[in-house]
Design a protein around this ligand. Sequence first.
Ligand SMILES: NC(=O)C1=CN([C@@H]2O[C@H](COP(=O)(O)OP(=O)(O)OC[C@H]3O[C@@H](n4cnc5c(N)ncnc54)[C@H](O)[C@@H]3O)[C@@H](O)[C@H]2O)[C@@H](O)CC1
Ligand SMILES: [K+]
Length: 484
Amino acid sequence: MITAATADAVRELERRTMISTGDDALMQRAAAGLAAVLAAELRHRAGHLYGTAVTLLVGPGNNGGDALFAGARLAARGVAVRAVRCLGRPHAAGLAALLAAGGRVVDLPEDGRLSGPVTLVVDGVLGIGGRPGLPEPVARLAEAVAEDGWPLVAVDLPSGVDADTGAVAGAAFCADRTVTFGVHKACHLLEPARGRCGVVERVDIGLEAADTTAPGWLHALEDDDLALGWPYPGAASDKYARGVVGLDAGSDQYPGAGVLSTTGAVHAGAGMVRFLGADRPAELVRRRLPDVVFSPGRVQAHLLGSGWGDRPDGADVVAAALDTGLPAVVDADGLRFLPDHLPASWLLTPHAGELARLLDRERGWVEEDPLRAVRAAAARTGATVLLKGASQLVASPEHGWVGVAVPGPAWTARAGSGDVLGGICATLLAAGLPAWRAGLLGASVQAVAARTHPGPLPPHALAERLPETVGRLEARARALGVRP
Ligand SMILES: NC(=O)C1=CN([C@@H]2O[C@H](COP(=O)(O)OP(=O)(O)OC[C@H]3O[C@@H](n4cnc5c(N)ncnc54)[C@H](O)[C@@H]3O)[C@@H](O)[C@H]2O)[C@@H](O)CC1
Ligand SMILES: [K+]
């Protein structure tokens, strides 16, 4: 699990730590860690440290201070270090340390272009105190660094990205590597900023322990969390232990959604799937998935809504499912028929447009800050919410933190993927998992199944790869010492 925080949560943690360490200690620890990573990178690129050249791009805040103190450490070891003043006045003590160690400082050229020789460029322009975007000529510089192909290490985060939302609204740097301090920042986990961070390395700076379940914190699943959290059936598991899914998806207008949801549920390992939807999808399901049953009976979780279209009895179907007291996944068109209050055991799976409609907002409002949007949806409905998209986020009304699923390749974002995902999540609910966990594991297993395939697959083919993916996860869980 990767734990990340928004800027406010980080600042609070730093403030509490500095009470015991004093003001300077954290920056010195950050600079020492940064210098070690930079030295390793220089050795990796040049084979040695002495005689390599580092250009520090420094802004007016502590982010530039980190870069300058790290630069001073490198200069003391024979690296030619040049600081380029990019915005305002650089951190005074950091600059003094660099100059004392033999480094030099220059102004940013008007055309924003760096001259060589440069072994490595370090982005210390803005950190968590940065407003998103970059003013000229720094914006031009960011573009030129990318165009000229200079290797770039970002201090804490690539300057220009929004540290809290992951948005990249204007100019921003694009790093090969990002060195962060204490805890990851939200932008390291959230697209599109995540794609600009490169490899993220966290340096320990001795921050106090924090309550990471509070609002402002994110927890991102990694492959091993998925392997350890998946509900593998044991030798004694019958169909009820594995879970029976009652599925009402698709319509005569959109029958394919019913097939895809059912395929997702079956291949995620449901003990049994009852298809309780319209006739046309039922006919297709009968032909393709002979192990599905079509009579009503005992179920342990519902799946409603995918491919319903304009269903006149949608509200009644949702209300009837609510009356059973069982957990449910509500997807797509089903989201238009929600009552005011839902239990946290219900998992809503909107994409950005559907979430916007749910909150009477514009889609852009969701996209500019998905974290805010997913939390607002959980608070408004009382349900657990999985927001689908480039980064898949899960918020629950029962806790403040937000979960982030394992990221998958971009090609999984296509029509039908969401239907399959609904089926997977319903299977996990039926197996007894809490809704937040079902949402995180469901989105993650789909991403991992996609990632382990060399090229794009249509959603139904991806669903058919799930058993193999779960098999690999189970083997990994055993290797980690867990006997499912
Ligand atoms: N607070 C601490 O104890 C620690 C902070 N550290 C570093 O400090 C960073 C945060 O430092 P700061 O709070 O000084 O913030 P920044 O270094 O991000 O810079 C903030 C300054 O930049 C200006 N600014 C922000 N956005 C701008 C924009 N778009 N255009 C022009 N000027 C802009 C602000 O007016 C402010 O003066 C972290 O990211 C991290 O790198 C580390 O040294 C670890 C310890
Ligand atoms: K930076």
